[in-house]
Design a protein around this ligand. Structure first.
Ligand code: GLA
Length: 382
């Protein structure tokens, strides 16, 4: 068991009785790249986790052991400079947020390990940043509200990992509930949750195992392109604050100044955002076929308009629709690799997995990986 492993490792490296904290990965059912445009997303935490064994130290030293990469870091909690360790910076990025905000914390000892596949688009980085924010808040009794922790984790990604991500992953990590998915309005931060009632269905993730080095650069470029589009549109429609406020008609009217690239990217965001709210109602009311169609439309937009897919994702998302009992499929997360999200009838996945593995192998000479998921609680103490 993972918990036993982190506990045993903790006892090997440190003394004292640690608290065990479990932090999940996430899926996003629909609403991709909409979060940083003030739009809607539909995420849920899943049954892949990072486990932390943590306890406060008597000094200001932070000592962390990352079991899965057989590495460790150590730093003074008051030092907010960058580390050379990539994973370490996600952690230091979070503790630095406490220091910058003048919130009194001390050093601590921590061992962590998990089974969220890195680079698969399941937000293993948010599991790390949110897990640490939650742990620090707990062991030093800083009493911060959950949204504050989410924003600290997001800022850590911006400043220390240099990815200008939205708030979806941190929300999913910290606010999710077992058996439920959420509709989050990324402008107001209002959200509602709904039970996953589609008993006869399952969510299958298919991992391309592709990790494009360019992903974070392209992600930041997309965000900039959205901001540029807003600036042009605002010249004509001053009430517009983000692409959330834009209509297809506005894009049409501003087509000349926007140019094709910005107009196409903005069109995807407006269309995707429109899809999310109605997709939430589809799922809530059991309109599975309608939901599945929106997944397919979402993938087409991400592939053809927003240009964040890749040939492996396209192959999987398109091929899986050939099987009986598959309602919808699309790439999930930032893109350029990672997983497709597939909605299918229970019982068909065995055949799909076997057959699509063969096809993927024959086409790309590589093995995809499969994760059957359940919806789980956000970060919590065990
Ligand atoms: C990454 C980011 C999120 C979101 C998705 C795309 O997961 O961290 O904020 O933008 O990509 O929907």
């Amino acid at each position: 068991m993972m918990i036993d492993n982190v506990l045993t490792a903790y006892k090997k490296h440190f003394t004292g009785n640690p608290v065990i904290i479990r932090s999940p990965g996430r899926v996003n059912l629909i609403g991709e790249h909409t979060d940083y445009n003030d739009g809607y997303v539909m995420p849920a935490a899943i049954n892949y986790f990072t486990w932390f064994a943590v306890s406060p130290a008597d000094t200001d030293q932070v000592r962390i052991v990352a079991m899965d990469v057989d590495d460790h870091i150590e730093y003074d909690v008051n030092d907010i400079s960058n580390l050379s360790s990539a994973w370490g910076n996600y952690i230091k990025g979070v503790t630095s947020q406490f220091i910058i905000s003048n919130i009194k914390i001390g050093g601590f000892n921590c061992v962590f390990s998990g089974n969220i596949p890195p680079g698969a688009g399941l937000s293993s980085s948010a599991a790390l940043t949110c897990g640490i924010a939650f742990a620090v808040n707990h062991i030093f009794e800083t009493g911060l509200e959950t949204w504050k922790l989410a924003k600290m984790a997001q800022t850590a990604e911006h400043r220390y990992a240099k990815v200008n991500c939205g708030i979806m992953d941190q929300f999913a990590n910290l606010f999710s509930e077992k058996g439920r998915f959420s509709l989050l309005d990324c402008r107001s931060l209002d959200y509602k949750k709904e039970n996953w009632q589609a008993e006869g269905l399952e969510i299958l993730l298919i991992d391309t195992k592709i990790k494009h080095a360019l992903a974070s650069t392209e992600y930041n470029i997309r965000k900039q392109q959205c901001e540029m589009a807003v600036n042009f549109i605002r010249d004509v429609f001053p009430e517009v604050r983000s692409l959330r406020d834009v209509t297809l008609d506005m894009i049409g009217q501003c087509g000349q100044v926007l140019g094709e690239t910005l107009a196409t990217k903005a069109t995807y965001i407006v269309e995707e955002n429109n899809r999310v709210e109605s997709a939430f109602d589809d799922l809530k009311n059991g309109r599975i076929a309608a939901f599945g169609e929106k997944m397919v439309e979402s993938h087409s937009g991400l592939r053809d308009k927003y240009n964040v897919s890749c040939k492996e994702l396209d192959f999987l998302a398109e091929t899986v629709l050939e099987y009986e009992g598959v309602y919808g499929a699309r790439m999930m997360g930032a893109g350029f690799g990672g997983c497709t999200l597939n909605l299918l009838e229970k019982g068909v996945s065995e055949h799909v997995i076997e057959d699509i593995s063969d096809k993927y192998r024959n086409t790309f000479d590589a093995e995809p990986e499969f994760y059957t998921i359940s919806l789980e609680n956000g970060t919590c103490i065990l």
